[in-house]
Ligand binder design. Structure first.
Ligand code: FES
Length: 383
């Protein structure tokens, strides 16, 4: 109802007094049908961002000598479409702990639409041990929606990607190669795959034959015909680099340091290098200390011990507290939580908080270490 100011004295008061009647009349004339709140765009947003999807292990197979390929099928909800190169977070109760870990997706986006997602798990760590040795076919897990920006983007990247993978860091590139072969991605990919021995390879290069894909395997610990030997050095890199190429790297920190130095020597433009970030691990401290960590989740309060060399999220997981977590490197902001009181440490390279977060004492527990007794408030984990 629009109320226009009148220039005639007293007229506004008269009109204001009659508004109640007009309003009553409008209410009576309005049909009682409920308002529409669920538009097509809301349904699309829900299908792309379903939050946590319940899934079960539908297949497990040995992959290379030290890894296992695990296929997950959605049992409640649907896996959303994703960009080849992204990761998911798996969460599950393991003994008394509640653990989450990010895994790059090794299947193609098309397979997600068929209700399946595959990951490759290397035998390393407590959660990997659980997935490989204890979790049987049919075991249910919570799967967080695909995340991360480690994918080819036509607007941002050149049409040729030099993909440098170390060990299990090949996983996001497997998804990219599948997507190229299936036609959902259209760029050229040269994969330089560094691994110790042939038996540890996680792919059969023959499966990815395509005019847009080239695979070069570099074995560091053995010499074999048809394979390069040694490390991914300037000699190998300059064969494939030109000004129409971007470099994508995924692997251990040692590989990032070594290859970054080689690219530097070649004078390659740093802005055209992208690295998949690794999870933040334990911190080196002069003296190991244990503090009291108090965690509020809505009306629940938990008290537990947290060490100064481990992240807050690690302490919570060990205590079995279901905490929201995705990237585990401080960059996505998903675990964004408020510090009520206490001191903490975040390294400069893993502090991706906004200035307002810093001002109002918000942290990302996946990249934060306690420096005193600490009291925090974290978001609820809805499964
Ligand atoms: S899980 Fe991404 S910032 Fe903590």
């Amino acid at each position: 109802m629009i109320f226009k100011r009148s220039d005639i004295p007293g007229e506004d008061i008269k009109r204001a007094m009659s508004m109640a009647d007009k309003r009553r009349q409008l209410i009576e004339e309005t049909p009682a049908t409920p308002l529409v709140y669920d538009y097509g765009v809301n349904r699309l947003a829900r299908s792309l961002h379903p939050g946590i999807v319940k899934a079960k292990i539908s297949n497990k197979e040995q992959c290379g000598s030290d890894s296992c390929r695990i296929t997950l099928s959605a049992v409640q909800g649907k896996f959303p479409y994703f960009r080849a190169g992204q990761f998911i977070t798996l969460s599950s109760k393991v003994n008394d702990s509640f653990i989450s870990r990010p895994y790059s997706i090794a299947s193609s986006p098309k397979e997600a639409l068929e209700g399946k997602i595959a990951i490759i798990v290397q035998k390393k760590g407590i959660f990997a041990d659980y997935l490989i040795n204890e979790a049987a076919i049919g075991t249910e897990l919570s799967v967080g929606e695909p995340s991360g920006d480690f994918y080819h983007d036509d607007l941002r990247d050149q049409n040729h990607i030099l993909a440098i993978a170390g060990g299990s860091g090949i996983t996001p590139f497997i998804s990219m190669m599948k997507a190229i072969k299936e036609g959902s991605e259209d760029f050229r990919l040269t994969l330089v795959y560094g691994i110790r021995k042939k038996e540890m390879m996680l792919i059969d290069p023959d499966e990815y034959k395509d005019e847009r894909i080239r695979i070069i395997t570099v074995l560091s610990d053995e010499e074999r015909e048809g394979y390069r030997h040694g490390f991914i050095n300037t000699e190998i890199l300059k064969e494939f680099l030109d000004d129409k190429t971007n470099v994508f790297m995924c692997g251990p920190d040692a590989m990032y340091n070594f290859v970054s130095k080689q690219l530097d020597e070649l004078g390659f433009d740093k802005t055209r290098i992208r690295k998949e970030r690794n999870s933040v691990g334990d911190r080196k401290v002069e003296e190991s200390k244990t503090y009291k960590l108090t965690v509020h989740i809505r009306d629940e309060v938990y008290e537990l011990e947290a060490k100064n060399e481990e992240t807050i999220i690690t302490a919570m997981e060990r205590a079995g507290i279901p905490a929201l977590v995705r990237c585990r490197n401080g960059s996505c902001g998903f675990c964004h939580s408020r510090v009520i009181k206490g001191d903490y440490f975040i390294s400069r390279e893993n502090d991706f908080r906004r200035s307002a977060d810093k001002k109002f004492n918000y942290i990302h527990p996946c990249s934060t270490y306690p420096e005193s007794d600490l009291e925090i408030e974290i978001p609820i984990f809805n499964v």
